[in-house]
Design a protein around this ligand. Structure first.
Ligand code: HMG
Length: 459
């Protein structure tokens, strides 16, 4: 049985921090954000928004635009790394809000959990729900997988330039209009790591930035090696002599903690593929790619940062490689469209891969591309750490959905934060009643009660 993404909706908060304003505030060069990281604007939550509200707004959008009732939904999963309760799952908060619209108890028949594994957890949730559909357990109902996060880093830290917030809801069923997942190819890699983590009670993560960049690359490459074997074994992709598996993937969507990371990841995967292909030897030789080195199976962060594998991915080499015409061609055709939305919105943690997917469809469609039948690859990464590579094929029904995609219109008029407003929002100095924007027809926090009995109120 087929399973895939039938529709996708986006909810992005309307406040944003401009890269230039941030640069002035912290005394850094704005071109580092814009060109070095690919960050132009970072979406910020208002004081009356939390990740559950963002998720509920994305769900409401997808339910309303598809005229769905709760009876059409058999599972509702929320994946997040911005969880605010150690026990009560975020999907229960979301259901509570949706029931204010659809009636008390209207989701009682539904199942679901909150999933956690940093930014990769939404991909695990999609996989599990696709398998629920494939197993024939959906009985005509859809699964709703919502990825929602607030990417917030310490003031003055290197991560502060890569913040963002938003939620994406994806409707899954057995007759998907958008993308049918390729069966039996999903590949994962996992290792106990401390590149980025957020211990109990801490609002912002502890981050080893450069190490996290490197681990991301190593893990997605490990997963790609497994994907290659599974794609060959299942007959989905049989790689011809002298070619790479990436030649058979028309568009690649990577996890985007910042837009430029997608380009780094593509370059890393492409150059490792090309290394063994005589056709590309000239390019590899021209840029002087170092010989592969055996991987340290379990080094410390310091030893890995200092080792030859890290050197292999050194900036100078990466820069030379990404500047070649051969790589540029791959980049423009397979990846560039997926980065557009990220540079407007910033990091959405679990949602950023799927914002990239949405971005590819919207901006490729605008360019007049015919995506039907094209294979999309997904490279998901979550710190801590795990990567997942999977793929799917764009379905004929996508045209009907792509016609209405307009990220700017969907976000609505945005408000650029002043430096003072940003500091107040970042420092949690405003109560929900003091929100910067007034909102209507969307879920917001009306009260935050920090006592142990706290339930908060959302409407
Ligand atoms: P940094 O170390 O301050 O920045 O912070 P940098 O020195 O690496 O510079 C970034 C880029 O800007 C470089 O380009 C510089 O050359 C360039 P590259 O060499 O990489 O191509 N640059 C400039 N360009 C033009 N003009 C200039 C200029 N100056 C420098 N003047 C870092 C970067 C990513 C480490 C930081 O933002 C950070 O810590 N971010 C948070 C962690 C993160 O995003 N990690 C990404 C991988 S892990 C991941 O994706 C998981 C995550 O989403 C969480 C989860 O899974 O839960 C984070």
């Amino acid at each position: 049985m087929a399973a895939g993404i039938d529709d996708i909706s986006v909810y992005i908060p309307k406040l944003y921090l401009d890269a230039g304003d941030y640069a002035l505030m912290r005394g850094v060069d704005a071109t580092k954000l814009r060109d070095g990281l690919g960050v132009n604007q970072m979406a910020m939550v208002d004081s009356n928004q939390d990740p559950a509200c963002l998720a509920a707004n994305a769900c409401l959008r997808i339910m309303q635009s598809n005229k769905l009732s709760p009876d059409d939904i058999g599972r509702l999963y929320v994946s997040t790394e911005s969880s605010f309760d150690e026990s009560k799952a975020m999907n229960s908060y979301v259901i509570g809000m949706l029931e204010q619209v659809y009636g008390q108890g209207s989701f009682e028949h539904c199942g679901g959990v909150e999933t956690k594994f940093a930014c990769v957890s939404g991909s695990y949730a999609l996989y599990d729900n696709a398998n629920w559909i494939r197993a024939g357990e959906a009985e005509g109902m859809n699964a709703l997988v919502v990825v929602s996060d607030i990417a917030k880093y310490d003031k003055g830290s290197s991560g502060e330039m890569t913040q963002g917030a938003g939620a994406i809801a994806m409707l899954l069923n057995d007759e998907p209009r958008l993308l049918a997942f390729d069966p039996k190819v999903t590949a994962t890699s996992i290792k106990d790591e401390y590149d980025f983590y957020r211990p109990f009670g801490k609002e912002t993560p502890i981050v080893h930035g450069q190490y996290s960049n490197l681990l991301y690359l190593i893990q997605v490459r490990n997963a790609l090696e497994i994907y290659k074997k599974k794609a060959a074994a299942s007959g989905i992709i049989s790689v011809g002599e002298g070619r790479s598996v990436l030649d058979y993937i028309d568009h690649l969507n990577m996890h985007l903690p910042y837009a430029k990371m997608g380009k780094k990841a593509l370059a890393y995967l492409v150059r490792h593929e090309w290394r063994s292909l005589p056709r590309w030897k000239g390019v590899i030789d021209k840029v002087g790619m170092p010989e592969p080195v055996p991987k340290d199976p379990r080094g410390t962060i310091e030893s890995i940062l200092g080792d030859a594998e890290f050197m292999e991915s050194d900036r100078e080499f990466q820069k030379r490689f990404t500047r070649t015409d051969e790589f540029q061609e791959v980049y423009e055709s397979k990846l560039a469209s997926s980065l557009v939305a990220s540079s407007m919105v910033g990091n959405l943690y679990t949602a950023s891969l799927y914002l990239g997917f949405r971005s590819t469809i919207e901006f490729e469609f605008q360019k007049g591309a015919d995506l039907e039948g094209q294979r999309f690859g997904f490279g998901s990464y979550g710190s801590g750490s795990s990567a997942m590579i999977f793929s799917g094929v764009i379905q004929p029904g996508y045209v009907q959905l792509a016609r209405d995609m307009n990220l700017e219109a969907e976000i609505g008029p945005r408000k650029r934060l002043s430096a003072d407003q940003y500091e107040m929002i970042h420092g949690n100095q405003l109560s929900p009643e003091e929100s910067i924007l007034s909102s209507s027809k969307e879920f917001v926090l009306v009260d935050v009660n920090t006592t142990p009995e706290s339930r908060g109120q959302r409407r």
